[in-house]
Design a protein around this ligand. Sequence first.
Ligand code: PBG
Length: 329
Amino acid sequence: MYPLRRNRRLRTNDSIRHLVRETILSPKDFLVPLFVTEGKGIKEEIASMPDYYRLSLDLLETEIKELWNMGLHAVLLFVKVPDELKDNKGTEALNDDGLMQRAIKTIKNACPDMLVMTDVAMDPYSSFGHDGIVENGLILNDETSEFLAEMSVSHALAGADFVAPSDMMDGRILSIREALEDEGLINTGIMSYSAKYASAFYGPFRDALDSAPVDVKNVPKNKKTYQMDYANRFEALKETEMDVDEGADIVMVKPGLCYLDIVREIRNEVDVPVAVYQVSGEYAMVKAAAEKGWLDHDAVVMEQLTAMKRAGANIIATYFAKDAIRLLD
Ligand code: PBG
């Protein structure tokens, strides 16, 4: 009780503040999302994501070595698929010599210990920009799950350490786990996007991959029949518990900043590592405000990442990973 306890004593200077700091970020907390594109010598800036790029395989190799040397040892891969290879069933995703499969091999060749996680979802391959097969205005669930299982096996055979299904179909973790087991791929892990919300914060990402739902008749205009309603909290627990039961090694909450209450709740409930994804729109907001001189970029980045860890995230997928390393130094 005051004046016997004066809380400000522990805030007197940097030395004591550092000593009593409860949450410490480390390079080992971060998972680096990377966008891969066809071609050679290509490094295209994403319009709505300043300082973030789509890389061709040769430059991906350079980037991977740089990340490794900075202490960033885990990446999450996304591919930009040429329009002519897209269809309603995501057929190209199963091509064992497709861009994703080649990207995995490129990374494992250049840097065998880099942990490679791959996005498993149909949308970059879908002519309709959906995470599932579209039929009569609906997104088919079980057929899509089967597809995701095949896609996961293809990534695992190419050398992926973890597959990361980001689609929110029911039962896909079980389908994927069973398919991996059937192929003897018992050491391939699953990081499930288990509580993924239908969010307006994914806009810049859909620019990066040109993967937004298309505006044509009999195709749903949004992803609300599979991604979660952002008003819901119990549903996140239900989704996550089911994914753990089905065999998810790591679960994820996405987006980050607006959903840290969910991160904490899930961290308190489950016994597997919890990841959070600071998504493209969160990145774009910081970049835009900083560009205008309205926010201190570096300070805001560290505050947000620390808040994610404080909320209980064991893994943070972030486009700011390289900035964080610079700022931690
Ligand atoms: C799609 C997918 C999305 C993101 C990751 N995987 C977008 C979506 O669901 O439409 C978003 C990531 C980001 O915004 O940074 N399966």
